[in-house]
Design a protein around this ligand. Structure first.
Ligand SMILES: Nc1ncnc2c1ncn2[C@@H]1O[C@H](COP(=O)(O)OP(=O)(O)OP(=O)(O)O)[C@@H](O)[C@H]1O
Length: 252
């Protein structure tokens, strides 16, 4: 089964063809990685899927449904979550509070019902708590649950951000440069987290990543972009040694 499909997707900013008619299919329960030199169009693809940008042309299909014109706030409800290149957490809140906020931000709520604390609201609240506890457990965040984000190392913050995305119980997780700022040991841990997210939680992972060591260890499929176009697609080994990819990284 295909989780996500891009068909001839394009986004032009004036004369700049940031994404220039690319097509790809992300199989369910796989790790699919976008690589390419700076300015290749990787982040723009993420922003198109998150619906931050309107495509100039093309379609995006998620689980067989066209999401090309779905409003951004609906994306999480449909089962897509993302992390950002720069961590976006509430510094003066605890890990638990951040995870709960991540959960609530995407929950459909009725303000009157919430104020009156109707039974449905309590049930939902319990469901939120349970989802958050599962994530704390899964990512071994228990020792940090009551720690303020400002008191955490960068590596742990990145795991919390991953946790916040997982709290929405996505079926597709977008990871934007997950290894940036991590030391080699933390990057090795990330390999296991990503594999567990795919294998244990059954979530499809679409990732943008520069660290080729991490890309090779964890990806089922790699798509290389340059100047907004696909230049290679296949296994990590095949893409890494593709002459067009080698040339692109050398500045071609
Ligand atoms: N909002 C924007 N307005 C104008 N041009 C943009 C905008 N966003 C991206 N671009 C341009 O589109 C091209 C693709 O950029 P993008 O950020 O997607 O590349 P990238 O592959 O993610 O690069 P990096 O690895 O540096 O993050 C670049 O030429 C960039 O300057």
């Amino acid at each position: 089964m295909i989780a996500l499909e891009a068909r001839e997707l394009a986004l032009h900013f004036g004369g700049i063809k940031a994404v220039d008619g690319i097509s790809f299919q992300v199989p369910e329960r796989s790790v699919f990685t976008l690589i390419g030199p700076n300015g290749a169009g990787k982040t723009t693809v993420f922003n198109l899927i998150s619906r931050i940008y309107e495509p100039t042309a093309g379609r995006l299909i998620f689980e067989g449904r066209d999401i090309t014109t779905v409003p951004p706030h609906d994306i999480a409800r449909r089962g897509i979550a993302r992390t950002f290149q720069n961590i976006e957490l509430f510094e003066n809140a605890t890990v638990l509070q951040n995870l709960l906020l991540g959960r609530h931000a995407h929950a459909a709520g009725n303000v009157v019902a919430e104020l009156m604390f109707l039974p449905g609201v309590r049930r939902r609240e319990i469901a939120h708590r349970e989802a958050v506890e599962r994530v704390i457990d899964f990512l071994n965040l228990e020792p940090h649950r009551d720690t303020l984000i400002s008191g955490l190392s960068y590596g742990v913050r990145k795991i919390v951000e991953l946790g916040r995305a997982l709290c929405t119980e996505p079926r597709l997780l977008l990871l934007d440069e997950p290894s940036s700022g991590l030391n080699p040991e933390e990057t090795d841990d990330l390999v296991f987290w990503i594999q567990d997210i795919r294998d244990i939680l059954g979530i499809t992972v679409l990732m943008v990543e520069h660290d080729m060591g991490l890309v090779s260890k964890v990806s089922d499929h790699v798509l290389a972009l340059n100047h907004g176009q696909v230049i290679a697609s296949g296994t990590p080994g095949a893409v890494k040694s593709d002459p067009q990819v080698v040339k692109a990284y050398l500045g071609g």
